[in-house]
Ligand binder design. Sequence first.
Ligand code: ATP
Ligand code: MG
Length: 179
Amino acid sequence: MNIKRGLLIGRIQPLHNGHMSVIQDTLNEVDELIIGIGSADQSHTNSNPFTSGERVLMLSKALREYKVDPSRYYIIPLEDIACNSLWVGHVKMLTPPFEKVYSGNSLVKQLFRENKIEVVQPPLFNREEYSGTEVRKRILNNENWEDLVPQSVIEVINEIDGVERMQNLNKKEVSELIK
Ligand code: ATP
Ligand code: MG
């Protein structure tokens, strides 16, 4: 049997309802979906607050909450590398074989297409609200972010005191300490 496998990459900082919608839509097109967690080595910054392990937790709990069959997906952390031209090989080394990439990111599209790998751009769902940037902005401003993410993501962020972490990281004195 020829298994049709697709690759979807996102930084998942954090997982939101837009990610869940594209994951579910893509699972209707492929037998198995590889979910690559981009910039896996980054954490504890304003734009990448959560570790790779925390993002794995968000994905596994939310996929279970949505009753997705665990035999249909792989969650693979993908660390950044310095050379964009070598990045596709790096991703292929870390992932099960795949035939199609699902991404809206222009650099990701460019790099895979140069390597003769088909890329499709899935439609964005309610992008004004369902974006990692919007969720992070609302967390920092104590606005309603909970409506934008699955229930299990709220639970993971609570478990790791994620709101407090993000608000502390955003304070001037903490970012200055690191410099
Ligand atoms: P950030 O604002 O932090 O960049 P993001 O919302 O763009 O976060 P990423 O983690 O960067 O999400 O993942 C990007 C991928 O997630 C996109 O290529 C796209 O496939 C998918 N995605 C993100 N938001 C949506 C959405 N609202 N609807 C459908 N797919 C989405
Ligand atoms: Mg993005």
